[in-house]
Design a protein around this ligand. Structure first.
Ligand SMILES: Cc1cc2nc3c(=O)[nH]c(=O)nc-3n(C[C@H](O)[C@H](O)[C@H](O)COP(=O)(O)OP(=O)(O)OC[C@H]3O[C@@H](n4cnc5c(N)ncnc54)[C@H](O)[C@@H]3O)c2cc1C
Length: 508
């Protein structure tokens, strides 16, 4: 089998895609803009650790070294990914410092007349720029695998009232994307002895406000402030009442949530509406009670209005940095809620109430526009084929945009362990490209992709993200069936029903 495949990106997803394609004897090359593997893990805050426990963020065929802590540091994640790439000889297939500027599907949008002769059997032309070279070059492939990542590269900024944007501020404003590119010395220099305001309430914001607090201990120390609009449920560890969260990926737990295609006319739909719905409510309340009684959320005005169950299903539950609320209690971190209409003034931030917060440095941990990156590479003509009017990108099996042939999009399905979803997607894609998985007609793929997307919709507020926490097992089942595997991966019925599912259950 000699299909030629271009994988864009050498983060977790791209590495994994390459490993699986090579395993199927498929010829492939990975184009990576940076000078090394790892994607988001290369440039991140000094204090960033994995928030998914190590065992859930583990390749099925390559284990973490013995003695690695349960929540490895980003350096350890980088070492692990590099070792994986070396072990499976993925490293030698990567062209580093090679930025993909644009891709063209030859069926529909041929490149400019000046471009070189198109290679036989090619479906995609990929325009790349290597290192400092000013001239772009075209490469040709049969298949394209986009694994450019969801986080990083394209920052998302809040909008500000007129004349109250960052230009009005006399201090320094930066996005967490730029902060994460600073080395440890530069980030310390930026934050030390400064009044720092961190905007946001997700993982990066919590990590960063903690870093700012750590840089500001001592006599000239200033409390670091977290300015947030919507608090999300946070956890201090991965269990509720002693039950590990990993159990949410057991078959019994997944039954609690309506699965794609279960409407009220089906038995599961009926059971879900009549029995499971109150049960979900009760479980969610019990989880909230646990968090409210174990963490000082009320005291710090950090109680979300959303149900914890919804946050879990939409991948928004966030692990707190160690001793976060201890630092808040000691006054090293302050938490300030705001509505949308805050803005900048010369010496800080002005809230909608008119209150002012003095600041020297403001870091915006306001997220990324992952889908914009994908769309800009694919070009305008693809937008209608890829993205729906509501902004969502339906993907068959979480991988194939039904109307764009010979293209796989990996890493756009979020879950409790993004490595798990990346590996499942990479494995399925390799089978598909190797001709070992048949896909139905475009119309059927669209219908199926839509069915799965609708299922996650009630839990997903931001349209660009597809969190599959609630359907991860169902999706894995479908992929297994496509690949001719038995979807029941456990050794006994008891385990099949109650034991958590993870990567290791899908070892080839
Ligand atoms: C701070 C942080 C903490 C996280 N913690 C967790 C966690 O605990 N658990 C979890 O499951 N997930 C976590 N994630 C999510 C994380 O994104 C995934 O785990 C995973 O690393 C994503 O890998 P990826 O390969 O899909 O994307 P990325 O890591 O973003 O890799 C994409 C790669 O594509 C390259 N690229 C992009 N555009 C181009 C181009 N035009 N040309 C060439 N190359 C290009 C980039 O340089 C990059 O190397 C975290 C993310 C962040 C930012």
């Amino acid at each position: 089998m000699a299909a030629s495949v271009c994988i864009v990106g050498a983060g977790v997803t791209g590495l994994c895609a390459c490993k699986h394609l090579v395993q199927h004897g498929v010829e492939c090359v990975v184009l990576e803009a940076q000078e090394g593997v790892g994607g988001v893990w290369r440039n991140t805050f000094a204090s960033t650790k994995l928030q998914t426990p190590r065992d859930a963020f583990q390749f099925s065929d390559y284990l973490w070294p013995k003695g690695t802590p349960r929540l490895p540091t980003h350096f350890q994640v980088m070492d692990y990914l590099t070792a994986y790439a070396r072990h499976f000889r993925v490293l030698e297939r990567i062209l580093f410092g090679c930025t993909v500027v644009k891709v063209c599907c030859l069926d529909r949008w041929p490149p400019t007349p000046a471009s070189p002769k198109i290679r036989a059997n090619a479906n995609w032309a990929v325009c790349v720029r290597r290192g400092d070279q000013s001239d772009a070059e075209w490469l040709f492939f049969e298949y394209l695998v986009m694994s450019v990542g969801h986080y990083g590269d394209v920052p998302k900024f809040p909008s500000f009232p007129e004349s109250k944007g960052p230009a009005a501020f006399g201090g320094k404003v930066l996005h967490s994307l730029d902060y994460s590119k600073l080395d440890e010395g530069a980030s310390k220099e930026l934050l030390s002895a400064k009044r720092v305001v961190v905007v946001g309430s997700r993982k990066s914001a919590l990590d960063l406000v903690m870093e700012a607090a750590n840089c500001n201990r001592g006599d000239d120390g200033q409390p670091a402030m977290l300015l947030y609009r919507t608090p999300h449920w946070v956890i201090a560890n991965h269990n509720f009442y002693g039950v590990p969260m990993a159990y949410m990926t057991s078959r019994v737990s997944q039954l609690l949530v309506p699965q794609p295609g279960t409407d009220k006319n089906t038995l599961h739909g009926l059971i879900s509406a009549i029995i499971l719905s109150p049960l979900r409510w009760a479980i969610s309340k019990a989880m909230e009670h646990y968090l409210l009684t174990t963490l000082p959320l009320v005291e710090h005005d950090f109680v979300p209005t959303q149900k914890v169950f919804e946050e879990l299903k939409s991948c928004k539950l966030t692990l707190l940095p160690e001793r976060f609320f201890e630092r808040a209690k000691a006054g090293h971190i302050t938490l300030q809620r705001t509505s949308d209409h805050w803005g900048f003034v010369e010496d800080g931030i002005v809230l909608p109430s008119g209150d002012k917060l003095k600041a020297d440095v403001v870091v915006l941990c306001t997220g990324y526009e992952g889908e914009e990156k994908l769309k800009s590479l694919l070009g305008m003509s693809f937008h209608d084929l890829l993205q729906q009017r509501d902004g969502s990108i339906p993907l068959y099996r979480g991988v194939l945009p039904p109307r764009v042939p010979h293209l796989a999009v990996l890493g756009f399905q979020e879950s409790y362990s993004n490595l798990f979803t990346a590996e499942m997607g990479a494995r399925w894609t390799a089978h598909w490209i190797a001709g070992k998985v048949a896909v139905p007609s475009v119309e059927k793929m669209e219908k199926e992709a839509q069915r799965w997307l609708l299922n996650t919709k009630p839990f997903v507020t931001s349209n660009d993200k597809t969190c599959v926490n609630s359907t991860i097992l169902g999706l894995a089942d479908e992929m297994c069936k496509d690949m001719g595997w038995n979807p029941r991966r456990k050794k006994s019925l008891l385990q099949e029903l109650f034991a958590p599912y993870g990567n290791m259950d899908y070892k080839d």
